[in-house]
Design a protein around this ligand. Structure first.
Ligand code: FES
Length: 274
């Protein structure tokens, strides 16, 4: 009896120790991943905010010919200008809310920033500061459940980006004029591809394509849906990788266009009459 009570006390003591924030039996460098996430997401968030809100104060159109740009930063694609708005209202505001709400509600990013920024928990088997788990059923986290609808909007943007990339192979973005290729054309195309890989790897997108079926034979387009499901599963399996690569690359693409537009660097290119 006394032995059982002693065991219970020891278990309670261990639980008390476990509950202290950061306590863990893990021997590995579990803190490295959240640290890198803080640095990565923090840098991207800070850079994107500055770039987007500077708007016309930091040129985002490069290779402008007759008022039309060869390269347009992906943060501003498609370019929407509304007359009568104050100067500080950046055209990026019309665009970025969609891909950013898609990213912030992404299942992978949620896992990442809950751990890194909210320490909930900081890592597997590492004690967290919160005393209880409330999940995502209360405001504002309940809004994360709108990810599927954010996806419906976000899947349109790779189309705009591919069109922007296509135009970048024409001087001044004028299809039918001088055709050619520049470093910027390659970067904008790679950016469109990477953001597409991230988008089609979305869990909600995969469900949208082939979810809601107990068996593929129940669908009138079963073979097509099955094929698409298999293709998107490949991207889905690497969703975390595409999330990071596409995020870093879109930031660097934006920076490249800004630097060329501002005359800080020269874009290597060649153009000739079609
Ligand atoms: Fe990551 Fe949908 S974009 S799960």
């Amino acid at each position: 009896m006394a032995q059982a009570a002693g065991t219970t006390r020891r278990v309670r003591n261990m639980e008390a120790i476990q509950r202290r924030y950061g306590q863990t039996h893990r021997q590995d460098r579990w803190w490295l991943e959240p640290l890198l996430i803080i640095v990565g997401l923090g840098a991207f968030g800070a850079y994107t905010t500055v770039s987007a809100f500077l708007g016309d104060y930091w040129p985002f159109e490069a290779g402008v010919v007759n008022g039309h740009a060869t390269y347009l930063s992906p943060y501003f694609e498609p370019l929407i200008r509304v007359q009568g708005l104050p100067e500080w209202f950046s055209p990026a505001i019309w665009i970025l809310w969609a891909p950013l709400s898609f990213r912030t509600s992404c299942y992978y990013y949620r896992r990442s920033y809950y751990r890194a920024f909210f320490r909930s928990p900081p890592g597997c088997a590492v004690a967290e500061p919160a005393k209880s788990y409330t999940g995502e059923k209360d405001f504002p986290l309940v809004l994360q459940n709108l990810h599927r609808y954010a996806m419906y909007v976000a899947i349109v943007f790779p189309i705009f980006l591919f069109y922007g990339a296509f135009k970048s192979f024409w001087l001044g973005g004028q299809v039918g004029g001088e055709v050619g290729i520049g470093v910027g054309s390659i970067i904008l195309t790679a950016n469109a591809v990477l953001l597409t890989l991230y988008t089609i790897g979305c869990h909600s997108f995969r469900h949208f394509v082939a979810g809601g079926l107990n068996r593929f034979t129940a669908s009138p387009f079963r073979m097509l849906r099955r094929r698409l499901w298999e293709i998107f599963t490949i991207a889905n399996e690497n969703h975390r990788k595409w999330a990071w690569i596409s995020m870093i690359f879109v930031g660097l693409t934006d920076l490249y266009v800004h630097l060329v537009a501002g005359g800080v660097i020269t874009d290597l290119n060649t153009w000739s009459q079609f």
